[in-house]
Design a protein around this ligand. Structure first.
Ligand code: SAH
Ligand code: SF4
Length: 362
């Protein structure tokens, strides 16, 4: 009953920014400090229902309950990796669309990998989310709520979210405004106050948006999904390359570094005998020559609709060694959560094929 009430069609409270909330409190003819108390309840205490707002008078709690819904994400599947360090949650949105959020615990870090869209329009052939197609953009509040969901759980264990990577489902630069609004909300000083440097956005390479992002001079880290160092191969894997070929993308990347003085990360999913040869590493090194950057290689996570497989450790090491021989720093990322299909979109694609409404915890 309460659940139904909270998941109704009222506006989602996390879609409000601080200025909206202040206006609302003014409209309701309440003292200004109530806005701050509500914000703190949402973004410092991570209260998930109006009844929990013990700092507010009952009438205001009631008013909030009447006007807003506090929950839009319904966890329908929770998976833990065998080492318990990675947890992945598949959520249903009120319209039945699915998204995924992943928590990775590593030493003192508590990193969340969040989604910005349900599905994705970019169609990268090796990506489970791309294979699903585009469903819809998330609102800024739906992006924020993924963080609050986990922040609330961690808070109960005396822990907190330390980093956020925007590498879940969807292309963040294809939902630019909502993504930036969500980050602004999460780093608001009166609330969660999570610094910009703790965020990393990964993009498939939407050139106009890279330029817009550079001009905004945000302190957020940027990663570009490259995966190939020539247009023929890149276009065969990432259709967006036909629209924004490497020549344009690399100029935008170089301009970004010049404008922001920030180091760029390039993502490279290593696919056995496709993009993992020493010659390819050499080609990549030429492409990145003189650029303030770093390459993250990650052996491909196999997906249902793509025949490629992840490179062997030997080939990954040889690729890294060749890049480093040319002065390009490279890290081989561990495949965290491989046993729970923590690769982008891999749970949601199952969900669309095999509908279940009960939470499954492994
Ligand atoms: N749309 C954005 C962010 C989400 S995807 C982007 O493409 O950058 C996050 C990262 O996961 C990207 O680098 C993407 O190329 C990579 N990725 C997608 N499917 C993968 C797979 N099956 N194995 C390894 N990496 C994958
Ligand atoms: Fe979309 Fe990124 Fe997957 Fe490509 S890799 S389909 S851009 S989510």
């Amino acid at each position: 009953m309460v659940e139904v009430e909270l998941r109704s069609s009222k506006p989602l409270i996390y879609d409000l920014d601080y200025a909206n909330l202040e206006n609302l409190i003014r409209d309701w003819q309440l003292p200004g400090f109530r806005a701050r108390q509500i914000w703190e309840g949402l973004y410092r205490n991570y209260w998930r229902s109006p009844e929990e707002f013990s700092t507010l008078p009952a009438a205001l709690r009631q008013q909030l309950a009447e006007h807003f819904r506090f929950i839009s994400l319904e966890p329908i599947q929770v998976l833990h990796s065998s080492d318990r360090e990675t947890t992945k949650t598949l959520f249903n949105l009120p319209d039945g669309r699915a998204i995924e959020t992943v928590l990775m615990k590593y030493e003192k870090r508590r990193t969340l990998c969040i989604s910005t869209q349900s599905g994705c329009a970019m169609g990268c052939v090796f990506c489970a989310t791309g294979q699903m197609g585009f469903k819809r953009n998330l609102t800024s509040g739906e992006i924020v709520e993924q963080v609050i969901y986990y922040a609330n759980l961690l808070h109960q264990e005396g822990q907190s979210v330390t980093n956020i990577v925007i590498m879940g489902m969807g292309e963040p630069f294809h939902n630019y405004d909502a993504t930036m609004a969500a980050i602004d909300r999460l780093n608001h000083p009166l609330g969660m106050n999570l610094g910009s440097r703790r965020f990393t956005i990964s993009t498939v390479g939407l050139v106009p948006m890279i330029r817009r992002f550079a001009a905004e001079q945000r302190q957020i880290n940027l990663a570009i999904s490259l995966h190939a160092a020539d247009d023929e191969l890149r276009s065969s894997m990432l259709p967006v390359n036909k629209k924004y070929p490497l020549s344009e993308l690399m100029v935008a990347c170089r301009d970004y570094v010049t404008q922001t003085h920030r180091r760029l990360t390039f993502e490279w999913a290593l696919i056995q005998n496709v993009n993992d040869s020493v010659e390819t590493a050499r080609k990549l090194a030429r492409l990145l020559e003189g650029l303030l950057c770093h390459v993250n290689v990650i052996p491909l996570n196999p997906t249902q609709k793509y025949a490629g497989i992840g490179s062997t450790r030997e080939r990954a090491l040889a690729f890294k060694a060749e890049l480093e021989r040319h002065g390009i720093p490279c890290t081989i990322r561990i495949r965290r959560g491989i046993d729970i299909q923590a690769g982008c979109g891999q749970l949601a694609i199952q969900q669309t094929q095999n509908s279940t409404s009960k939470p499954v915890v492994i």
